[in-house]
Every structure is written in structure tokens, then in C-alpha cells.
Ligand binder design. Structure first.
Ligand SMILES: Cc1cc2nc3c(=O)[nH]c(=O)nc-3n(C[C@H](O)[C@H](O)[C@H](O)COP(=O)(O)OP(=O)(O)OC[C@H]3O[C@@H](n4cnc5c(N)ncnc54)[C@H](O)[C@@H]3O)c2cc1C
Length: 409
């Protein structure tokens, strides 16, 4: 018997993970997406071990998902400044730890795990009304829906967040990123390199997508949001990569234009409160995060898992118990997500917005002291290990429709 009805707004990684996690613990779920199809918002992606662990637990097939790598921070000239050292146990369990993949590959795996009919396309939420005992949703197509709990997984411009907490300006980081990928007919060497010169980051990691090996790379630097974007992305990337390793220059040179994409980087300062009544937020709706952490999608996936666990422990008909569960969920998630998103913001500033006279000094410190090792090489594994410890070691869930398929085979 269903434990209650949950409506989720937005079929990105946060919404799909929240749906799978809620189905796993016995809720009936409707996942509303405004677009006519589920589309990956972007090409390249990396995932840390905690979201990989959650994906497996909530029923997503993680076999052969992404290419694992060891991650190094280096200067443009190749001097290693930091190594992200996960423990040997984590490396063993997650085939190396940090994986590179294409965003669409993740979406496909998540959609395959969702029971047919869960995602309802062409449903653009226009308003929600908390009725006390339930929440009413109204969509632009004229349909209405009632649910016991509503989860806003509708991204950085979340309309759920806006109606709960009002409009707040987006933080433009004055950074832009061009990301690209290519496939190779050989396995990569299992090394990912994040490298910087005085102004620019030019980085790469291996990827695996639908059984194919390859690499993704990105070029990131300061930008003026009022200026037009580079007219020729290929020339822009090649120009910025001059002076970096031959490896990354070769990757960029071999990437077709249709595999490149540009974004301007935005986030928001941490939101003090996410939930109200029977409504809460997950993912970018709650804590949009700069790609500097490579963890925005990962944290969105983790949110759904922790939220479902809290909701499973209460009587969904009891309004006070539901708001208590939502509060416990956000109280657990806020310290981790705000720390990661603020650190990502500050790291972007440190590498790209320091006044020019200070940059040689900064790079001297990075090249000749253990500062960067302590700041990212040692700190990131601490976040990863503490998150992994919070996620249960249970048998992976098999979604009902996949169970039927497995027993029919
Ligand atoms: C260049 C770049 C690189 C990145 N790299 C990484 C990385 O390597 N690793 C990582 O973990 N993260 C990365 N991120 C961050 C990651 O992309 C986001 O954190 C992640 O997509 C957030 O997922 P989400 O489901 O919360 O929101 P979204 O992915 O934004 O999904 C929101 C969904 O809600 C739908 N929606 C919006 N409004 C409505 C409405 N009114 N009604 C119905 N549906 C609605 C949208 O159509 C969309 O499908 C990167 C981000 C960028 C920009």
C-alpha cells in the first residue's frame, strides 16, 4: 500500500533522484516536467562517490557508468600542486572514485529506473497552494493535482522557491566555461588534471558513455556578462589552451564544434530556510553550485535520498510530523551543501578574480607550499568520506517494473 502521494517539480538529476528515493520507501510519485521531453542541460559531468552510492541504492544501474580517475591540480606548466587522495577502500569500491561521464548518460540511466508513467511531460507549474492537509498544484496546461508533499526540484530559477521565499537576485560569478568531449578508440590512462595559469583553467578527465571511452575537457575564465560571447568557440579554446599541456591541447584540437558548449556561471548565496508546511526544495532550487565543486548534480542526487528517508519515518497525514521531517532533512543537508557551494564560489574567485599584482604571489604559494593540497587535496576527501558514512550500506533497490522484467527473463 502507498505511504502517500508525493509530487516533484522538475525532471533534472535532483527531481529524478528524489522520485526514485521516494518510490524505494513506498510513496506514490508524480514527477512533473515543463519541457516536452527530458533533456540534459549540458554535455560534460563528473560525479563523486557519494552520489554514485546513492544512485545504486535507489535503483539506478551504475555498472560501467563513467570513467574513474585520479584527480590532480597542476600548474599550466605541469607542476603538481595537489592530489585528491581518496582512501584505498573508496577507490576500490568506486573503481577509482571520481568519474567522468556525459550528462545524457546519467539521465538515461535514471529514466530507465523510473517506473513508466512517473514522469509527466508538458507540465509547467504556475502555482502551488498549501491547503494544510495537502498541497494543490496548478499547471499552465490547465491541469491541477493534489499531493501530500511537494518537492521543488526546478533548478536555479525555481518557481517553487520563489513562491515560498520570494525573489532573490542570482549571483553572476563573472566566469564562463566552455566544455567539450570526444570519443577515443582506446581506454584513457585514468588521470584527470585540473590546471591553471594566471587567469584561466584548462582541465580534462576521462569519460565513459554507452560503452565508449573518451575525454571531456573545459576552459574556464573570467568574463564580462554584458559582452557578447566568443564568436568562434574553437578558436577561443585553442587560444586559451596555448601554454597548457600537449595532452589537453590535442584533446581540444580533436573535438568537433557540435561537442562544445558554453555557459556563464551563476549561483545564489545559501538560502537560510528551504521548507515550509508540506513543501520543500532539492538540488539547484535549494543550493545552486558553481561547477568548480563538480558537485551540484551530485548534491541534488544526495538530497532526494536523505529527504525520502525522513519522510518514510513519519505519518504523512500528520501535518506537524511532515513539517518536522522536512526540517530535519534540511537541517542535515544545509551545512554540507552551503559549505560546498560557498567553497566553489571562493575557489572561482581565488583563481580568476584576484587583482593582477597578487597573482604571481598566489601561484608561488600554490607551486611551493602545501596550501592547495591542504585546501582541496585533503579537504575534498573529508567531505566525501563524511557523506559516504551518512549513506546506509543496504542492498540496491530494484524498481518494481525492472523486477518484473528480471523475473520474466
Ligand atoms: C557548466 C556546468 C558544469 C557542471 N558540472 C557539474 C559536475 O561535473 N558535477 C556535478 O555534480 N554538477 C555539475 N554542475 C551542476 C549541475 O549541473 C546542477 O547542479 C544540476 O543540474 C542540478 O540539478 P537539478 O535537478 O537540481 O536542477 P536542473 O538540472 O536545473 O533541473 C531542473 C528541471 O526542472 C524543470 N523545471 C523548471 N521549472 C519548472 C516548472 N515551473 N515546472 C516544471 N518543471 C520545471 C527544468 O526544465 C529542468 O528539467 C555543472 C553545472 C554547469 C553549469
Amino acid at each position: 500500500m502507498s505511504k502517500g502521494r508525493i509530487a516533484i517539480i522538475g525532471a533534472g538529476p535532483g527531481g529524478m533522484a528524489a522520485a526514485l528515493a521516494a518510490i524505494r520507501v513506498g510513496f506514490e510519485v508524480a514527477l512533473f516536467e515543463r519541457a516536452a521531453e527530458v533533456r540534459a542541460a549540458g554535455n560534460i559531468l563528473n560525479l563523486w562517490p557519494p552520489p554514485q552510492k546513492v544512485l545504486k541504492l535507489i535503483g539506478v544501474d551504475t555498472d560501467d557508468l563513467g570513467a574513474p580517475c585520479k584527480l590532480f591540480f597542476r600548474s599550466a606548466k605541469g607542476r603538481t600542486r595537489a592530489e585528491v587522495k581518496l582512501t584505498p577502500e573508496v577507490e576500490r569500491e568506486f573503481g577509482g572514485g571520481f568519474i567522468g561521464l556525459l550528462r545524457w548518460g546519467l539521465y538515461q540511466r535514471m529514466m530507465a529506473a523510473l517506473p513508466p508513467g512517473t514522469i509527466r511531460l508538458d507540465h509547467n507549474l504556475v502555482s502551488h497552494t498549501d491547503l494544510g492537509h495537502a498541497v494543490r498544484l496548478d499547471f499552465a496546461n490547465g491541469e491541477a493535482f493534489e499531493a501530500d508533499v511537494v518537492i521543488g526540484a526546478d533548478g536555479i530559477n525555481s518557481s517553487v522557491r520563489k513562491s515560498l521565499w520570494g525573489d532573490a537576485p542570482i549571483r553572476h560569478q563573472h566566469l564562463h566555461l566552455v566544455g567539450g568531449y570526444l570519443f577515443l578508440d582506446r581506454a584513457p590512462d585514468g588521470v584527470g588534471v585540473l590546471s591553471h595559469n594566471r587567469t584561466t583553467q584548462v582541465s580534462y578527465t576521462p569519460i565513459r558513455h554507452e560503452g565508449k571511452w573518451g575525454y571531456e575537457w573545459w576552459v574556464l575564465e573570467a568574463c564580462d556578462p554584458s559582452a557578447p560571447p566568443p564568436a568562434d568557440l574553437i578558436a577561443f579554446c585553442r587560444d586559451r589552451a596555448a601554454g597548457f599541456s600537449q595532452t589537453v591541447r590535442d584533446l581540444i584540437a580533436a573535438t568537433p564544434l557540435e561537442h562544445m558548449q558554453r555557459w556563464e556561471i551563476r549561483d545564489r548565496p545559501p538560502l537560510p530556510q528551504w521548507s515550509k508546511g508540506r513543501v520543500t526544495l532539492v538540488g539547484d532550487a535549494a543550493h545552486p553550485t558553481s561547477p568548480y565543486a563538480a558537485y551540484g548534480a551530485g548534491m541534488s542526487i544526495e538530497d532526494g535520498y536523505f529527504l525520502a528517508r525522513e519522510l518514510a519515518a513519519v505519518d504523512i497525514a500528520d501535518t506537524a510530523a511532515v513539517s518536522g521531517a522536512l526540517q530535519r532533512y534540511e537541517d542535515r543537508r544545509k551545512p554540507h551543501t552551503s559549505r560546498v557551494s560557498q567553497e566553489a564560489y571562493q575557489t572561482g574567485r581565488m583563481f580568476h578574480h584576484l587583482p593582477a599584482p597578487l597573482r604571481p604571489l598566489r601561484d608561488f604559494v600554490f607551486d611551493h607550499t602545501s596550501f592547495l593540497q591542504k585546501m582541496v587535496g585533503d579537504e575534498m576527501p573529508k567531505h566525501i568520506l563524511s557523506q559516504l558514512a551518512e549513506i546506509e550500506d543496504a542492498e540496491p533497490f530494484i524498481p518494481p517494473h525492472l523486477k518484473e522484467k528480471a523475473s520474466a527473463a
